[in-house]
Design a protein around this ligand. Structure first.
Ligand code: ZN
Length: 225
């Protein structure tokens, strides 16, 4: 079969587990990349390792990149509380430049691996207006990547795949369920406890729980209490 390689950004959440399964289905040999960026919830990284292992990646790297040195987000700064519900505008869970930073690292690893494909689980439908989850942003990044690398200049076109970009949470869950993803191993909560149990009330938990209901799939999330 094919020996196409892809770098897949894996956070440990529901979306990235799904794209990993989709990349596998498309015949890619997958290299999972996660970031220890100082996120509040360390259990996210344990979930990413579990997801990567279960879905058969060739290699899983966790890069240390402490974004708490800048802060500026409820996910990287202890002085900013994670909101219980969405307000107007871009929420405080937005992490400054996160996808640009992560995609840049993925681009570097892809060039070293000789991979011409990167998968990222950005989603424009359910996700609160994060500017780095938009299609036009991804297209601009792809164009930049092909100008930025030796591989690109030599005519090897790098593609950024965003198979979830226009899907609802329920659509994503249906896709992943079809591909056998065990969502019980994923973690989406912004506020899990130290055992990695989801709070059930943050934006991310509510979006996820509603997705299972709409998809008609039993919710395997491990909740607190
Ligand atoms: Zn939660």
């Amino acid at each position: 079969m094919s020996n196409k390689k892809a770098v897949v950004l894996v956070s440990g959440g529901l979306d990235s587990a799904t794209i990993l399964a989709m990349a596998r289905e498309q015949g890619f040999d997958c290299y999972a990349l996660s970031f220890d960026y100082g996120q509040r919830h360390r259990c996210e990284l344990e979930a990413s390792a579990e997801v990567a292992k279960t879905l058969g990646v060739l290699e899983h790297r966790i890069l240390q990149l402490d974004l708490r040195q800048f802060g500026g987000s409820a996910l990287t700064d202890d002085t900013i509380d994670v909101p219980q519900s969405l307000g107007d505008g871009i929420p405080v869970t937005y992490v400054p430049a996160r996808n640009t930073i992560f995609l840049s690292m993925a681009m570097a690893w892809a060039e070293v691996l000789g991979a011409l494909d990167i998968f990222v689980g950005v989603n424009a439908v359910d996700y609160s207006g994060y500017p780095d989850c938009r299609q036009e942003y991804i297209e601009a990044f792809e164009k930049m990547a092909n100008l930025a690398t030796k591989s690109g200049v030599e005519g090897n076109h790098l593609s950024i795949h965003t198979p979830l970009i226009d899907l609802t949470k329920a659509d994503i869950i249906r896709q992943g369920t079809r591909l056998g993803v065990d969502y019980g191993k994923t973690l989406s909560c912004y506020n899990p406890d130290e055992r990695g149990l989801a709070c059930g009330v943050c934006d991310s938990c509510r979006l996820r729980a509603a997705g299972f209901v709409t998809a008609g799939v039993a919710d395997p999330t491990h909740y607190q209490g």
